[in-house]
Design a protein around this ligand. Structure first.
Ligand code: UD1
Ligand code: CA
Length: 451
């Protein structure tokens, strides 16, 4: 198969987003728009990748590298048009001989299948565009066809005649060209159009004039929806969530109220998982088979092993690793902590920077005091430990296997295995005191009222 290189155009600031963040850095389903596009392209195993970014967009380049470590960046200083943007990648692709696919960083729903179909056509025809039937073609470039159905040109809205404007087959913007014809044709593109820009779309007419008619790949309109403002961003989010809910249910998860559950693009869910209403998955979550996630839980960067029960109202933060059949209950927060198989923390706890052994019971209100104001410290709790309610474990500290911590204790030193640790003020018990106190108070109040 022909080698593939991708060029992602990501130089646009996205003024209509009204944001300090470059447009392609905005997120949908826990992943930047740019990363969505790059993940779709990754399935084609491209040999080369170039991101064309605007000046000062180092964060965009870094984001691209987080998906594709080998990606190179080219800077487009002035926005002179899509052809000009692509020409910025020429140096980075010097020596590349295969198929070049041009993608847009703000078109995140594009599928790997559509890209693969386009790449295959380029292998045969030298040039191919990805088109779609538009419900409303306004604003898109129209695809012009000859009698054989080949694409002979692309006309931008502003340059189109009334007859051309009636065409509903539109340009997605995504185009594939073999490298040997791309660079020579690109050099011939002129800016004689209504916008005075160098249009990438002109390649099609130039190729046709060279006796290389352009092939057409067609995809559903939904796939090429772009993001220009936050309304469109929300629409993309909704479409992604719809797709992920479907995917996880078809893979064997029960969602009692699917419309209230929010996944990230990378969420992995096992079989026979039950997810109750109003659960949110941030990035980096893996859920094993048979796990139950009860209502109103928020989970990110966490691994949950088979048979565990999470929530209701649980919060798992990055680095939470919940063991098989463990229980994390209501108002329990777990961060950067390994919870052993069968361990339980059922109520009102904070477990951060910790290791908790198998079958240990963390009582209600237990807090790992992991932060001294300057540094984080580790709490190590062994297996089969019983931590009584409302205990503070002041890290760094270790509790040995089978230890018993009396309720309300503040543990500042290591506790050996099977020991009892208790810090508790002696109980002062006074028979009849409360009754006498009430009598005295009532009498005083009555005397005050009289005077
Ligand atoms: C482009 C296509 C049009 C297609 C439409 C699909 C051209 C000339 N027209 O039009 O046929 O129907 O997309 O949405 O290509 N960009 C740069 N640098 C530039 C100019 C653009 O990086 O100098 C990037 C933009 O950030 C954007 C993409 O290229 O991601 C498309 O540019 P835009 O100006 O939005 O093109 P359209 O007018 O929408
Ligand atoms: Ca556009």
């Amino acid at each position: 198969m022909t080698e593939i290189a991708i060029i992602v155009l990501a130089a646009g600031k996205g003024t209509r987003m009204k944001s300090a963040l470059p447009k392609v850095m905005h997120r949908a389903a826990g992943r930047s728009l740019l990363a969505h596009v790059l993940h779709a392209a990754k399935a084609l195993a491209p040999a080369e990748a170039v991101a064309v970014v605007g000046p000062g967009m180092e964060s965009v380049a870094e984001e691209a590298r987080s998906v594709f470590p080998q990606v190179r960046t080219a800077i487009q200083a002035d926005r002179l048009g899509t052809a000009h943007a692509v020409s910025m990648a020429k140096e980075a692709l010097a020596g590349f001989r295969g198929t070049v696919l041009v993608l847009y960083g703000d078109v995140p729903l594009i599928s790997s299948e559509s890209l693969a179909g386009l790449a295959e056509l380029v292998g045969r025809s030298g040039i191919a565009v990805l088109g779609f039937e538009a419900a409303n073609p306004h604003g898109y470039g129209r695809l012009l066809r000859n009698a054989q159905g080949q694409i002979t040109g692309i006309r931008e809205e502003l340059d189109a005649s009334p007859e051309e404007r009636a065409i509903t087959l539109c340009n997605s913007g995504i185009i594939g060209v073999s490298a040997d014809i791309l660079w020579p044709l690109l050099a011939k593109v002129e800016n004689a159009n209504a916008k005075g820009e160098y249009y990438l779309t002109d390649l099609v007419e130039l190729a046709a004039a060279d006796g290389k008619p352009c092939a057409l790949a067609v995809c559903p309109e939904e796939e090429v929806a772009g993001v220009n403002d936050r309304l469109q961003l929300a629409a993309i989010e909704a479409r992604l969530q719809e797709a992920y809910r479907r995917r996880h249910m078809l893979n064997g998860a029960t969602l009692t109220a699917p419309g209230t559950v929010f996944f990230s693009a990378d969420t992995e869910i096992g079989q026979d998982v039950v997810i109750e209403p109003n659960v949110v998955f941030g990035p980096g979550v893996t859920v094993g088979d048979g796990v139950e996630i009860l209502a109103f839980s928020h989970i990110e960067g966490a691994r949950i092993a088979a048979g565990a029960r999470i929530g209701p109202y649980a919060r798992l933060r990055p680095g939470a690793e919940i063991g098989a059949a463990a229980h994390i209950g209501n108002f329990v927060e777990v961060k950067k902590a390994v919870i052993g198989a069968g361990a339980k923390a059922n109520h009102l706890s904070y477990i951060g920077d910790a290791r908790v052994g198998e079958k240990t019971n963390i009582g209600a209100g237990t807090i790992t005091c992991n932060y001294d104001g300057y540094e984080k410290h580790l709490t190590q709790v062994g297996a089969n430990v019983f931590v009584g309610s409302n205990s503070s474990l002041v890290a760094p500290v270790k509790l040995g296997d089978g230890a018993n911590i009396a309720a309300g204790s503040v543990i500042t030193r290591d506790v050996p295995a099977n020991a009892l640790a208790m810090t508790r003020a002696p109980l002062d018990l006074r028979e009849g005191w409360a009754a006498r106190y009430r009598e005295m108070k009532a009498a005083r109040k009555a005397a005050k009222k009289k005077s």
